[in-house]
Design a protein around this ligand. Sequence first.
Ligand SMILES: [Zn+2]
Length: 271
Amino acid sequence: MPELPEVETVCRGLAPHLENRVLRGARVREPRLRWPVPPDLDDLTRGQRVHHLSRRGKYLLAQLDSGTLIMHLGMSGSLRLSSASIAPEKHDHVDLLLDDDRVLRYRDPRRFGALLWSADPAQHPLIAHLGVEPLSEAFNAGSLHAMCQGRSMAIKLLLMDARLIVGVGNIYANESLFHAGIDPRLAAGKLSRPRCARLVAAVQETLAKAIAAGGSSLRDFVDGHGNPGYFQQGYFVYGRTGEPCHACGTLVRQIRQSARSSFYCPHCQRR
Ligand SMILES: [Zn+2]
């Protein structure tokens, strides 16, 4: 599943190809994504200039003349630039037609993604209630500590709560807590301010490293060939149940928290 670093990589990779281009419209072959693709997408996008491509949480926002396309990659979605002459394949559900004979092609085998239109994306129900961006200055030791105050929920669940902090998915929550030396079950309200500072640094470094790793995959989604696979990295705890911790050799443990797997080193990560 694409997480924040993948979406950021897609955004950085596509922005120079899309910004200042004019759309010639859209071709919708399958409107049944997580929510229906607007039936008038072709009319909405025809003749519209792409002013800016940005990311909010895991949403990509393409700001056009009279509105914004909100795109989400869901579980299995990808966006690629491709020559208009390349025939779409089975799961290529939507093409946005560019003015240079290329198309931005949305592929999504599982159809959990979204392609929506909004005149005012900041007020859109999917966007309006999103929490702080973890890579922004607004996410810092003070703001995280304030968020944690009085909360008994486990710190890992707080990290993954998109109403508080956006885009820290399961992989990055696990890895960040390892690097900060914090047990994922610790009640958020018990996190001291210095530990909040360590956790903020760990989240930002973990995400930044993943984004940097993603840079090497840019070619995969701008040349229209191959699979735009989500980058696999070496993890410290994620998916390493029963394997020795890279720092201390203690075996990594796995537990369930709110129906998601948590992985942690019982020696390096403390309550
Ligand atoms: Zn360890």
